[in-house]
Design a protein around this ligand. Structure first.
Ligand code: AMP
Ligand code: FE
Ligand code: FE
Ligand code: ZN
Length: 283
């Protein structure tokens, strides 16, 4: 199998299987139109989009790395672990993702109930914004608030009623980042910490634990990373020869992030493919 891709690689895209706004096939079509050569579908806590994305990637002649963005929490701080080319049928990892998806439903319902004390929004409104079996999240609640004319955008919802400091906020249960990295490794996948240098930095001890647990690397090319935070993590990359990726974190109309706004070096794509044993890239 040729590992060569033609065109830039964007390894962090969302579809409406989580909080993106387009079905997987449409995401792939747009990626091809944006002249990307390699993409990864990384919906939150689910592999539901893999088959559709794979069919679309074959039709479009674009290389696809199936993946997921797994929710984790370090001492209350949300950490997102991008997982690539793992075995989608690995029992422990799929159980972990199923558990998080399930907990997200009750949590979204509680946030909505809290909002409904003061605002004209219902759980039915939220469900109407969420594709069948999609991983539900605050973006769907935001979309319901927009549909009701309560806020103008997801952005405004996140800055206001859906902000973690808001009285309506409820968090969801999640495994620790080390647990996720270990499970992804056992499932034959490669773990990359998503947007690792944005708000909230992981302490040095936790970064060392993640590297010991088999972390593949960091997504240093992401619009939410700060220069100072990125430089700090680059030192770990240099010391431990870690993988570095750059990605858009495309969410369709749900975020301003543009396809290909950050890209990953082909040599790094190749390292991910060579390190993974859980599933094959779609070429
Ligand atoms: P949740 O996982 O339900 O807590 O929601 C977090 C998700 O909301 C992340 O995956 C982001 O993609 C999305 N998100 C966070 N902040 C914003 C924002 N300001 N505008 C749009 N989407 C956002
Ligand atoms: Fe998201
Ligand atoms: Fe994320
Ligand atoms: Zn993401």
């Amino acid at each position: 199998m040729s590992l060569k891709s033609v065109g830039p690689a964007d390894l962090h895209l969302h579809s409406d299987c989580s909080d993106g706004t387009e079905p997987p096939a449409e995401v792939v079509r747009r990626a091809r139109a944006a002249e990307l050569g390699t993409i990864a579908l990384t919906d939150h806590d689910t592999v539901a989009g893999w088959d559709e994305a794979a069919r679309a990637a074959r039709a479009a002649g674009i290389m696809l790395l199936p993946g997921a963005e797994v929710s984790a929490k370090h001492r209350g701080m949300s950490v997102h672990v991008l997982a690539y080319l793992f075995d989608p049928d690995h029992a422990a990892l799929s159980r972990t993702m199923t558990r998080v998806r399930g907990d997200r439903i009750g949590r979204a319902e509680r946030i909505t109930r809290n909002l409904a004390r003061d605002l004209p929004v219902t759980w039915e409104d939220v469900l109407a914004q969420c594709a069948d079996d999609a991983t539900i999240g605050r973006p769907h609640i935001a979309d319901a608030l927009v549909a009701r004319g309560i806020v103008a955008s997801r952005e405004e919802a996140f800055a206001g009623p859906l902000h973690p400091a808001s009285p309506y906020y409820v968090s969801h249960a999640a495994p620790t980042p080390v647990e996720v990295v270990e499970e992804v490794g056992r499932a034959g996948g490669v773990s990359i910490i998503a947007h690792p240098a944005g708000r909230g930095a992981l302490p040095d001890g936790e970064i060392r634990s993640l590297i010991d647990a088999g972390l593949g690397g960091f997504e240093l090319g992401h619009r939410e990373n700060t220069p100072v935070g990125t430089a700090r993590l680059q030192r770990y990359v240099d010391e431990h020869d870690l993988i570095v990726t750059g990605s858009s974190d495309y969410h369709g109309a749900g975020k301003p992030n543009r396809l290909g706004e950050n890209t990953t070096d082909p040599a790094m794509v190749e390292r991910i493919i060579r390190a993974a044993t859980g599933s094959d890239p779609v070429v």
